[in-house]
Design a protein around this ligand. Structure first.
Ligand code: TRP
Length: 336
């Protein structure tokens, strides 16, 4: 049976945090063990430049950081192809062809793009760039260039997959049945709240624990996490439902221990400091193997580069095959 190609990806704009870990990374680790799937992970440096065009150093540095994060959590290059977007020129070419098949009004209506533009007023001012407005077109090129069938996404990415499906249908109706329509699979992964209780954990919000954080950093961050504001002294009765420390205990602490922690908190028998120390210790332990693997790869950067080079080569081969079909269909196959 032919394996289903799966594509996921990240913009390399920072190291990955525990939000990514419980979100996309755990899903990817499961997928690479499924014999029906052939997973690809794209490090989307071209897409990262659409809102970091003024900071190429940041994008460049984070391509490797993100790759090391993938390898450290257990993404296995023998099972998952990791590749760099800018090294697949076919996707840039496809983006140009697809840009005729989508209107400006349609891109402006895309809910994901709309939200992001609103958040990036500082960068874009009153008028957004052509490149940023068009990044869903480039993402459609990523997906179709190697006939991606299933695209595991969080809810916020769904409109991008819908956009890709529209482009595919339009392409096929004009040039013939060449491209495969991808399906979005909503991953069952959770979105993790930040240390401050914000719905989203993120670099710009300063409320994240990174997979690469040291033991001291983790402890310091946990000590600063938001707890029940009404609880001032240890014997005040606490409410774990509005405490971020309790929230993270649920992710990092065995169930029976969580129960004890919460009961003692509600009875005013356990102080926040003790509770935070216990949590910090559990997070440190869970992330220890990841940190240790990171240390290994940091000391063997040539191995990381080799993995990226080989993955990119594999991905490019597939993209070239698609490009040949597309150019034939679009009558761009001169001198053959
Ligand atoms: N848009 C994704 C993000 O913001 C990254 C991405 C680029 C992607 N191309 C993709 C994801 C193709 C899945 C498929 O992180």
């Amino acid at each position: 049976m032919k394996k289903k190609r799966i594509l996921t990806g990240d913009r390399p704009t920072g190291r990955l945090h525990i939000g990514h870990y419980f979100g996309s990374l755990k899903t990817r680790l499961e997928m690479q063990e499924n014999p029906e799937y052939e997973p690809f992970i794209l490090i989307a440096d071209v897409q990262a430049l659409t809102d970091n065009f003024n900071n190429p150093e940041k994008v460049r540095k984070n391509v490797r950081e993100v790759a090391i994060d993938y390898l450290s959590v257990g993404i296995d290059p023998a099972k998952t192809t990791i590749y760099i977007q800018s090294m697949i020129p076919e996707t840039a070419e496809l983006t140009v062809f697809y840009s005729n098949l989508v209107t400006i009004a349609r891109l402006q209506r895309n809910p994901t793009v709309k939200t992001e533009i609103a958040q990036k007023k500082e960068l874009f001012g009153e008028s957004v760039t052509y490149g940023f407005l068009g990044y869903p077109v480039s993402q459609a090129a990523d997906i179709t260039s190697f006939e991606g069938e299933l695209i595991p996404v969080g809810e916020d990415q769904e409109p991008l997959i819908e956009q890709c499906r529209e482009i595919v249908r339009k392409f096929n109706s004009i040039y013939g049945d060449i491209l495969k329509e991808p399906k979005a699979v909503l991953s069952n992964s959770k979105r993790i709240k930040g240390l401050d209780g914000n719905e989203k954990m993120g670099k710009s919000l300063g409320n994240a624990i990174y997979l690469s954080d040291s033991e001291e950093e983790i402890t310091k961050k946990v000590m600063g996490a938001v707890t029940d504001p009404n609880r001032i002294k240890k014997d005040d009765l606490g409410n774990p439902d509005i405490c971020m420390v309790a929230y993270y205990h649920n992710l990092f602490t065995p169930k029976e221990d969580v129960k004890t922690v919460c009961e003692e908190c509600k009875a005013g028998k356990r102080g926040c400091v003790a509770c935070k120390k216990q949590l910090a210790k559990n997070i440190i332990e869970e992330l220890r193997p990841i940190r240790e693997k990171r240390e290994y790869y940091e000391a063997h950067l040539e191995e990381v580069d080799k993995i990226l080079m080989e993955g990119t080569e594999r991905a490019r081969k597939v993209a070239k095959e698609t490009m040949k079909k597309v150019k034939d269909a679009m009558m761009l196959n001169y001198f053959e």
